[in-house]
Design a protein around this ligand. Sequence first.
Ligand code: ADP
Ligand code: MG
Length: 333
Amino acid sequence: MDEFALIKKFFGTDADAKTPVGSGDVAQGCALSLGADGVITAIGDDCAVLELPAGKQLVVSIDTMLEGVHFPEGAPGFDVGTRVLCGALSDLAAMGAHPLWFTLALTLPRVSTDWLKAFSSGLRSVARQFNCTLVGGDTTKGPLCITVQVHGSVQPGASLLRSGAVVGDDIFVSECLGDGAAALALMNNQLEVDAAAGEYLLNRFYRPQPQILLGQQLVGIASAAIDVSDGLLADLGHVCTASGVGATVDLGAVPTHPSWNAKVTQQQQWQWALKGGDDYQLLFTVPPNKVAQLNKKGLPVQKIGCLVEGSGVSVAHLSEPMDFTADGYNHFG
Ligand code: ADP
Ligand code: MG
């Protein structure tokens, strides 16, 4: 199968996907162009032509995932597809944006129709869930590498930025932290949990649900937001730097998941929750006069600290001294 047949079969329109490709090879309907709003011309021309909803601003982000770096070598195609799109959409969530479209740059070592079919189904399941349409891409040969660029919309001026936090604001996170690191430990045989917990963790690793609805609900409430992809301390550090403030985190308030937290030492729990990456939860700050408005929404969020004068992140209520420098994952570090 050549490049063009591959694109048509796995990433084209539903109609394309029903067209037989090659000798006796009937496509399985994994195509991704879902025919969403604002798509004037999608896959098949030199560019996609897209129409932004009237009066909205465009929000764009791009993410690359490499085999052996962002997902294990030999990971199932479906899981790789869900992970790349969930991870990319998490950035839109952090801006309070509404997902619209995505493009896909795919570098493949070889054409495996089984892998591609699974990969495109994985992508499609997330694309459907968040109503985000594949509108174009690029396909090349080389070591497995996937880049996804997501496009979303916001009301003018409504984006949740890293730079809006103010001294005195409270710091919140959504759901639990440390799942990404715990999942990695599980995959590396460094953590033993029961089958249900194992399933929970692998699901969190391969399908880290982008907090799109939460992000949208935080518009007008949060003063700053970021998604936790490099680790809580590192990402909170980014908010502090961008906003010119310092932060204090109350270690006892950092939420971790019962599927694994009792299986490791307290120190390990804190390391994974504070320094592990890949959680894709939202970390956000809320001015004191908006906290009641946040609480009224009954969202699954937890207050973990507050912003203070100065710079950098400090961790309070430690029963044992720990070395918590705010270094997250850094590809060239
Ligand atoms: P060009 O040479 O003009 O850059 P290509 O031959 O690379 O165009 O791609 C042809 C069409 O197929 C374009 O519309 C492009 O967006 C789309 N396309 C290529 N690869 C992918 C992919 N992996 N996923 C989705 N669309 C793709
Ligand atoms: Mg061209």
